[in-house]
Design a protein around this ligand. Structure first.
Ligand SMILES: [Ca+2]
Ligand SMILES: [Ca+2]
Length: 170
């Protein structure tokens, strides 16, 4: 076989391999930004941070927001929602390096029902996407992640409940 033909076959194989390997990117990814479309928050004690203690940008997309923890009840809560979900999805929470150190559960909702929760110690992570898990969502329903500052047994105003971006991969 001529070397030119071999070269073409090799190029074809390489391109085919790359195309096959990249198929997973066909999965639909949606990021909900704190403060953006799909984000909601309740309560009044919110602090916005565009830079960390080192003066450098903080959050997957600055700013992030935080609120002090509360030992007796929920004072502040935030939620990231996607309506008309195409079905089950992986969900990842971005945990900034500062102003996020509660050991707290993220609750996953399908329409008006809590279907799961995922405990995350925010203090263990710095500028990382944390996989909360895979959740079965009924197609066309709304999937929502809720997080709040109610920390029973932990003195109030000693921990940061941090909120930044949430990534949904369908
Ligand atoms: Ca952000
Ligand atoms: Ca609070």
């Amino acid at each position: 076989m001529k070397s030119r033909s071999k070269g073409l076959i090799l190029a074809f194989l390489i391109i085919t391999t790359i195309l096959c390997a990249s198929l997973p990117v066909l999965a639909a990814t949606t990021i909900i930004y704190n403060g953006g479309s799909g984000w909601s928050q309740s309560g009044s004690e919110w602090h916005s941070q565009s830079t960390g203690r080192d003066g450098q940008p903080i959050g997957y997309s600055p700013p992030m927001v935080w609120t002090w923890n509360n030992s007796s009840s929920t004072s502040e809560a935030g939620a990231w929602s996607i309506s008309n979900a195409s079905g089950g999805c992986y969900i990842y929470a971005y945990i900034p390096r500062n102003y996020a150190d509660v050991n707290q559960r993220y609750y996953i909702w399908d329409n008006n029902s809590i279907i799961a929760s995922s405990l995350v110690n925010q203090a263990s992570y710095a500028d990382q996407w944390i996989n909360l898990g895979y959740f079965s969502i009924v197609p066309s329903h709304t999937v929502r992640v809720q997080f709040d500052d109610f920390t029973p047994g932990v003195s109030s105003n000693t921990r940061y409940a941090g909120f930044d971006e949430m990534r949904f991969v369908f």
